[in-house]
Design a protein around this ligand. Sequence first.
Ligand code: DAH
Length: 345
Amino acid sequence: MRERLEALCGEGLAAIAAAESRAQLAEIESSFLGRTGALTAQLKGLGKLEAAERPAIGKLANEIKQKLQQAFDAVGETLKQEELAADLASVGVDCSLPGPTVELGSVHPVMAIARELEDIFQSMGFVIWDGPELESEANNFDALNIPSDHPARESHDTIWMKSADEEPRRCLRTHTSPVQVRALREFGAPLRVIAPGRVFRQEAQDATHEHTFHQMEGLVVGKNIGVPHMLHAMNSMLEGVFKRKLETRLRPGFFPFVEPGFELDARCPFCKGGCKVCKGSTWIELMPGGLVHPNVLTAAGVDPNEYSGFAFGLGLSRMAMLRYGIHDIRYMCSGDLRFLKQFKA
Ligand code: DAH
């Protein structure tokens, strides 16, 4: 029986190799492995063998069956490809030509830093909230304690929409701070929220000024919230981004919607004794912030006698520049693929 099995194996492999079509291959398969196939017949005969012979012959028969099955599958696949190619060729398609290349995009550096910061702030219990880029004058300015005669409006020159007299005036928002008001009106106090987004200004463009850029607003309102809470949140955020503790300092800064207001500087993470990034000073200006002005809380429907809070305005474009060593903000919205392709993420 051993000889018969080995002969069948040889015959089978030769027949498979000679098959010219899938139909022919299917016939060969059934003549060996089908219900009445030659190998199947041998397998059925195993029971009649002497008990001592049975295990070795049985093993051999199964090995041959497997070998033939693998050969059927492999040749079947090749014939399938060939038949498909022939079909396509008959209608004029050459499948040996390269297909259209699908280019993989990459994550914009501002989005990459935004996602990273969102993770960090979410881990500190902040929610992420969004506001419209076309914002009402009331939210962008008045509710933030910047009335129409306030000199701070000067540095927030922007594009205004035409509107009928009775409609509220709207503009391209000049900062993400109006989302403070929106989020407080939506959720009330206590609240921890960040609001990343795109903002617009009338700017003379240069390497650090652009008419369109990105910010991330932060706001925490609760009972007895003060400057130490703000410092702690800012330092934790910096540690998350730069993966180590950075020395920081607060300087006084003026923004109508906070009192007191600050500028947070961090010890330059790129040098020890001064470099281009910190302009030789070893400090870099990172973000403004302060304690939310009572007028802002009131405008957002929160009682300033019960609640206090802090807010900060993180320059996302600036953070991305620091993080990735980008020396000109104008690349950010340029749409230049040579720039964007460098940020595979
Ligand atoms: N909105 C300000 C700007 O764009 C930045 C800012 C300053 C935001 C202080 C704040 C803050 O939340 O507390 O110039």
